[in-house]
Design a binder for this molecule. Structure first.
Ligand code: GLN
Length: 242
């Protein structure tokens, strides 16, 4: 953070924005402004370089081919590695999450290298695609309420020894490994399978990213009654028998 200005980078909206991922950028931006911060938001298309001096980076979900193209370009660009070395916070969803791991299976059925910023490996699941509502309890170290989301993925993600599970599913498949884990993180690089967009449904995650960026333990509260109503509605919907 420089002065009172937050640099928010949304990576590759042209490739990884299949699931309303712009909502995640809007929520971080708005909640930062509500706390009196200036926000410089940069939407970086896949033919543009990734800036290395951002505070928070967001990467969304996508279909298999754009996911491969995004991984190739991010590897070639190298900027996100440098940003993380500089202490940046990264929040990734689904295809973005798989790209931040060591590898995933691409649209050609081949093992595609990721960026290795989260200690996970994704494979193609043999079973049915994981589709549906998710309720998940977050790693207690992160101090967040129960999350709601919606997942839609074929990939199954295995955590390596240094990754921590982001959450444990109460409803839904999460990483799809059968152990109940959902998403993963290493340091300040986070990944989840939850869409929604997930920060619109769980603004407390956006606040976590802001707290990490500002290096503070608390933020001024915001009237979140609308979000709470949405949360309660989605919890009730997720608990309906299919
Ligand atoms: N293509 C990946 C999968 O199916 C990611 C999908 C997504 O981003 N929703 O696992």
């Amino acid at each position: 953070m420089s002065d009172n200005s937050l640099r928010l980078v949304w990576i590759y909206p042209d490739l990884l924005s299949t699931y309303g991922d712009q909502g995640n950028a809007l929520v971080v931006e708005r909640r930062a402004r509500q706390r009196g911060l200036d926000v410089a938001r940069l939407d970086v298309r896949s033919d543009q370089p990734i800036p290395t001096s951002g505070d928070i980076y967001l990467i969304g979900g996508g279909e298999d081919r754009p996911q491969r193209l995004a991984a190739e370009r991010l590897r070639r660009d190298g900027g996100l590695y440098r940003a993380v070395e500089n202490g940046a916070i990264v929040f990734s969803v689904c295809a973005g999450y798989q790209i931040l791991g060591h590898e995933f299976v691409n649209d050609l059925g081949q093992r595609e290298p990721g960026l290795g910023l989260i200690d996970v490996v994704s494979v193609r699941g043999e079973g049915e695609r994981c589709v549906g509502d998710v309720l998940a309890d977050v790693d207690p170290q992160l101090g967040l309420p129960q999350l709601t989301g919606f997942e839609n993925h074929q990939g199954v993600t295995h955590l390596g020894p240094t990754a921590r599970a982001f959450a444990q599913v109460k409803i839904g498949k999460g990483n799809g490994t059968g152990d109940g884990t959902e998403g993963a993180y290493n340091g300040t690089v986070f990944g989840t399978y939850m869409h929604g967009p997930v920060l619109a449904r769980n603004p407390q995650i956006a606040d976590l990213l802001l707290k990490l960026a500002l290096d503070v333990n608390a933020l001024p509260p915001i009237d979140d009654r609308w979000y709470e109503a949405l949360r309660n509605e989605r919890i009730a919907a997720a608990q309906q028998p299919a």
